[in-house]
Design a protein around this ligand. Sequence first.
Ligand SMILES: [Ca+2]
Ligand SMILES: [Ca+2]
Ligand SMILES: [Ca+2]
Length: 601
Amino acid sequence: MISGSTTDAGDGPAPTPDGLAPDAAPNTAPDGGIAKVLRLDSCEDFKVDGSQLSNAVIEPWGALGPAPLLTQVLVAHGADMALFSDPVQASWDDISRARTSGVGVTTLEPIVLTTGAPPGVGLEQDNDWTWWAEGEVFINAGAQQWALRADAYAFLDLAAPGATRFERVITAQNDVAQPPVAWQANVTGWYRIRIAWANSAGNSRLELLHRPPGGPRLDPVDRDRLRAPADDLNGLVARGFEDAHWLDGRGVGLSRDRELDIALNGALPAELGLRDDRTFSVRWSGQVRINVAGEYRFAIDSDDGHRIRIDGTPLSDDLNGGPQVSLPITLDTGWHDLVVELSNVAGAASIRLGVESGPELAGQAIPRERLRPATGRRERVTAGSDPRAHDLPAGGEAAAAMALAAPIGARVTGIDVGVTVDHPRWQDLELVVQAPDGSTAQVIAASGIPRSGVFTERRASARLNGSPASGTWTVIVRDGGSGAAGTLRSAAITVHYHGGEPATALSGAYESRIYDLGAVFALDRVSWSARALVGTEARVFMRTCAEAKQCATEPWSPPLVPDQAPAVPVRRHMQLRLEVRTAGDLVPALDWVQVDYRVTE
Ligand SMILES: [Ca+2]
Ligand SMILES: [Ca+2]
Ligand SMILES: [Ca+2]
């Protein structure tokens, strides 16, 4: 028997399912009876029939954790068949149980197609398909409006926080533009949302618009109001950019590659919305699971260049391409935020991320089952671009202002800025970025480079770190006195930030099956091990009953004290409730729980 301490100082759980064997050789306890041990430790221990999870997951290494979330998107599916033609009567259950062509993600941006099916969910038929998406949407209490236009058929269902039933809020068909419907939300919070769309031939359209209480107009749903459970998904979220430097954002999808060894040679995923297969960039983001703690170096081979961040730490930044070895990083067991970025400027494009050295996976690419598209906590981005030309008068300045959306509380961890300028005397120009709070940073100093004409410059800067991310960012090109005029042709900015909607549920719970302890006469001790991270908590509760069916109505004990006898009546049937909580920044894990008890001989 292991008499573990209640914490393991964040070293993380063991790498493999680590359950004790059943107590094959019972000991005779000193004061009589036979000592027994019930231990939940491995995946198999936790996932037995009769157990229940709520906003929680059993991690693959055998631990209880809060459910991961994917933010700014809903999870989408497809089926190669038009599953309904009456959006008022259509049954969600019939749709969501259909054989799915694939899984993807959606930002709920309007989609209008003159041919074919919506991309990203594996649909193969141009006609006769169904697309559906689900997750949660954050709604403020009050009077609001929804508008839906669809070719051929669509409906929107919502369920208020805590409600079990969905309400069909609005339906649409045959591409008819209808007036918005008025809708009242009684509480503020995350509403479950589901939307389905079917087409049988020709053109198709899905356009969902929302006007929040006090909002000025109907708009596509703000993506910061979307999230979805990510616990049963593999792969990473992929975002496409129309330029080579992750500035001019386009579409979003879910990577389907078997491992992080990806060739994008003339076959760009349609959902990324990229029109030019030579000049583009892609950002994959999510989390990677490390099973063995230790120091890792990663091997990256990219065409034409890449950047890699883990937990917000830049590990490799090389826009020349070719094989590279990353800086070392020490990783504990569990999930880590991963961002892999690929830049292409010409010809073929590919990237491979593998482990160069470390306690596991050395020499291998990172397999898909080690990746999940949960939103990273320490590395998120928002971006904007201004494609309009701004005059740059002699001795004056040109300013491009861009309003960037980021969650309340989000703080900058880095910026990438790009400008295209036409000017006869580049050596007189400086580039300055102004954050929403008015603080500024010089990104390019008047350089003295004797250059003339149209050039694009891209820079990264950490000088505005800590500023609020949300609001209006201004990119300023200033002429130090050349006596010549020019043009700021375009500007774009990507703001990296942390904070905002946590990427995991704030609390999750596990209720065990009801165990028959036989002729139990003593409950000696309950002990457990949880990863003890600041702002996280793990709690254990117990209830007992004489007949198994009575347990459901028994009250739970107060939170148990580790390594002590539980304050519950000693009865034959026993059930455990495990809770994990987090303030949002760090992910707790409850690695094992053990009940020591005695039965009569
Ligand atoms: Ca375990
Ligand atoms: Ca149609
Ligand atoms: Ca290339």
